[in-house]
Write a protein that binds this ligand. Sequence first.
Ligand code: PEP
Ligand code: MG
Length: 898
Amino acid sequence: KVRVYNFGNGTSDGSSAMKNLLGSKGANLAEMSNLGIPVPPGFTITTETCSEYNQLGKDKVVSLLMTEVKLAIATVEKRMGTTFGSAENPCLLSVRSGSRVSMPGMMDTVLNLGMNDNSVAGLIAKTGNNRFAWDTYRRFVQMFGGVVLGVGAISKEDQNPFEEIIEKFKKDKGVELDTELDAEDLKRMVSDFKALCEVQTGAKFPDDPWDQLWASITAVFDSWMNPRAVYYRVMHQIPEEWGTAVNVQAMVFGNMGETSGSGVAFTRDASTGENIFNGEYLINAQGEDVVSGIRTPQQISLQGSKKWATLAGVSEENRKTQYPSLEELLPNTFKELNTTQAILETHYNDMQDLEFTIQEGKFWMLQTRNGKRTAAAMVKIAVDMLTIGMIDEKQALLMQEPSKLEELLHPVFDSEAIKNAKVLAKGLPASPGAATGQIVFFADEAHKYTDSILVRIETSPEDLEGMNIAKGILTARGGMTSHAAVVARGMGKCCVSGAEKININYKTRVMTIGSHVFNEGDWISLNGTTGEVYEGKIKNKDAELSADFDTIMNLADKYRTLGVRANAETQRECQNAIKFGAEGIGLCRTEHMFFEGERLARIREMILSTDEAGRREALNKLLPIHRNDLKEVLRAMENLPVTIRLLDPPLHEFIPHDLENQKEMALEMNVSVETIIQKVDNLKEFNPMLGHRGCRLGITYPEITEMQARAIIEAALELKAEGIATHPEIMIPLIGTVKELKLQKQLVKTIIEKVFEEKGDSIKYLIGTMIEIPRSCLTANQIAEEADFFSFGTNDLTQMGFGYSRDDAGKFLPIYIEKGILKVDPFQVLDQEGIGQLIEIATVKGRSFDPALKIGICGEHGGDPSSIEFCHRIGMDYVSCSPFRIPIARLAAAQAAI
Ligand code: PEP
Ligand code: MG
């Protein structure tokens, strides 16, 4: 078994087709080397080895790798003409993670590996540059100490201890910049850093390059299981068994002086999608200096540099002298980079995210990958590439990540409100969107407020979870390629980065902007599209959808075969559903119509009634209101099918459970509070979700079903009289045996016939059922005899199939996911293996009776891309989801059909 794949010098053992085995970074390094693009030579240890590592443990895997790694290092030494640990011409290495899909910053990286007292002398001998050599040594100890040895701040308010030492050196010397420290300072710093590591770990700092290498390789494997990587995987549904590869590569140095540098670039704008090559770099710096936000990076292109200067309020004079573009500073290198980016984009047919280093004028590519982008950019890039014929329609659709579309549908700031808002500061428009919230300064406190804005000097990968919870992110430092910016864009979260005017004090939990002082909990607003930071709350309005969005949606409709409907009950939801392209309503939950005002009072009156006559009286009062509400829904959905579900929840949900509200209800209903309390007691069930609900209500209180059937048909007939065509589909919930359906259906039909007679008119309608109890799946052939359609209620089906209470699963599901018992929350992503089988059985059995039986899904899963793919595969007719997920469903259905 081969565990190590070499690359470099225009050849490689792998290629971009081997992403699963080599990880994305490794596969693309191999591919670039094959394309003749300069990459520093190195090798990739496979992702399979990571899985072996997790099963067999460290010692075993190190011994399995020993021979291959030794050979691979020898190859790197030969290709570079250097020797590992040499005092004349040392070979230095970088060790990086790289899984199948990029997980920016989630796992570990070690640079400048191989540094010790010997190789520092070697580096001096080779370069004649004392300061550079000691700075490299200093960087290595800092990174290896932090990443591999876990040396860091003791509490979150504390500064990183390495940074603290650097600050102290600068203070003692009376200088401001790291670059003002000389070789002697750095030499002393190395020994202070080592001492710090030894104090914190209680062990000697490893000087042997081989010890450093094995510790780094195993640290990368270990980092696959670190909490932030685990969280990221759960968030993006990345399976644990994929594992990470380890890329070991010869170092090239961006910090060798004024003709060296490092940078990150995108072949197109990752925020807007515009076809503009852009990126950031720093002279005399290594890669992390650019992304960590420690120094303000400069723009690669002249055009980008001018745009940046305008945003940052920097004069043209200052820009040219202090922040010149790479295009101006090193024009030849810029040309080479520009040519390479074009080659790579055309080769991969997608927007690329690049990392490069310039060592004394020579240009090296360190990475290329499909770039993370906002939803707006995702849509625009695909349409632009389609227009020029670079990709075809199917490729354009496959380039879309359906779930991301939701970003485009959410509200933006109201343009009127924004005119009156006070701009506090301006940063970079790192990730578009509008966010209003209360300030928090620490990621693990983002949950303190329902709407929080995470305010940080800069973010680090540990902040991932808090960034996800917060409504928006504001950083004082960092550019468009900083960690905060990249991660926020990936999440579709509003982010303003590098707002240099803001000052943050973590210890006192205060942010100051000029003379304004903000405390934790104060409200601010961010516009991630312009980079503006505002005081207080700002009103939102609906998003406007672009022409490119329409293009992609129309393409999706061209290819999909699955219908898409909405779960909606109100007029507003219906309007949204239509706007987003719904072809009908798949679930109108009538109970949602009963939760307010007069409606709730009548339902309560019915519940409090002690006999049928009393219930009928209350229901009679509810009838005209219900009919009107239904009319509005049917009217909004003119000509389209509307599935209306009869009352489903246990009745206790309509009655308050706290004394305060019970007293209020007693007053309203004109009964004693004891009566209410007694009723609540009466309705109490051990397992209400498995209790008196669904069709069981209609069977025990037929008058409820009668009233609803009448309201639906009367509404439809009244609309018919107005000349409006409707297609009502009456749905009976929670059927477990065919008899239940038969009884309810008879009741509904009798009432409808009666209404037809009374009105002297009729209308076409359907009566169908929800399939949401396992028994109904297994007896679906019988149920099909009575049903015009099936709609899978996968919320209840998941609840009853797994035996997990929908309302209580939150207590243990996170632990189940953490322990790997479940990969994802089955209430969000359909469990195809188990619950999927129930659905398949029901589909096959149902259609064995009626091959044309109409089948849909209306549980939460109807809006989840992987679940939609399943629905397409087993031949459903439609999926139904919340209005905001309709575009996602249309796209996912198209992808499933391609
Ligand atoms: C379901 O159970 O999947 C469903 C759609 O019904 P509800 O969520 O209302 O129980
Ligand atoms: Mg249900």
